[in-house]
Design a protein around this ligand. Structure first.
Ligand code: URA
Length: 238
């Protein structure tokens, strides 16, 4: 089943190849359960993670999976690639082939990367209107100038895509080190924004996505599952 919710009767009719009319009698006899509760309504919503049992037969379902990885410099934020090792290549998990990346990092960037097979969760994390903050530590070739801070706060026009970036926070931590907070993820956004000031980015590391912080016990290339409270907290504000 594709990501998102569907009516129970539609789902059963396509999975079992039976007419939707034949589902009501099964419901009336209490022969269908969803997530261990007897289902009563044909229009109950289910998704790809629902555990559905029909007359003692369990239908195939997916296990919702949420991972965080400490992406190492050199790994590609992709599922497979002929030239470079990818973040998925590093993962040994039963759901590995179902995973997608929640907000890519460039090959030469490092830090917090989220992966999941739950499209609703990743959409909620990445939709600019949800204002989930992504925090980066940025090392620069030259000192950061005050006009750069103002330009990040006002938004910058990218003629190629004809978009203006949403207000971003730029805090100077040291002469050539800054912390940048974005609520969106445009292509090479931070590098292009500093590029306007002829100040090349020499290191880029993501520290946080919303309330989720990069686990300091993860070495570059390592990953772990998110706890139930971490994944709920991440989308609780939307
Ligand atoms: N901005 C960039 O330029 N690169 C990243 O990897 C993330 C944000």
């Amino acid at each position: 089943m594709a990501s998102g919710s569907h009516r129970l009767d539609r789902h059963l009719s396509s999975t079992l190849g039976i007419n939707r009319r034949n589902i009501k009698p099964l419901l009336a006899q209490g022969l269908i359960s969803v997530d261990d509760k007897i289902a009563c309504a044909a229009d109950q919503l289910v998704n790809q993670f629902s555990r559905i049992v029909v007359d003692d037969m369990e239908l195939p379902s997916m296990t919702a999976t949420y991972l965080q990885m400490h992406k190492a410099v050199g790994l590609l934020s992709a599922t497979k690639d002929a030239q470079y090792p990818t973040v998925i290549d590093q993962i040994d998990h039963p759901a590995k082939l179902e995973l997608h990346i929640v907000g890519r990092l460039d090959r030469n960037s490092s830090g917090l990367l989220l992966l999941t097979n739950d499209g609703n969760w990743s959409q909620a994390m990445m939709a600019p209107e949800n204002c989930v903050e992504k925090v980066y530590r940025v090392e620069l070739a030259k000192p950061v100038t005050p006009d750069c801070i103002d330009a990040f706060a006002s938004g910058m026009h990218f003629p190629f895509e004809d978009i203006t970036t949403l207000p971003a926070k730029l805090e100077v931590l040291d002469e050539r080190v800054a912390q940048v907070t974005l609520v969106e993820g445009r292509y090479h956004q931070i590098k292009r924004m500093f590029g306007r000031f002829r100040n090349p980015v020499v290191g880029l590391h993501r520290i946080a996505i919303g309330p989720l912080l990069l686990d300091p016990t993860l070495e570059p290339g390592q990953w772990r599952e998110l706890s139930a409270s971490e994944r709920a907290e991440a989308v609780s504000e939307h």
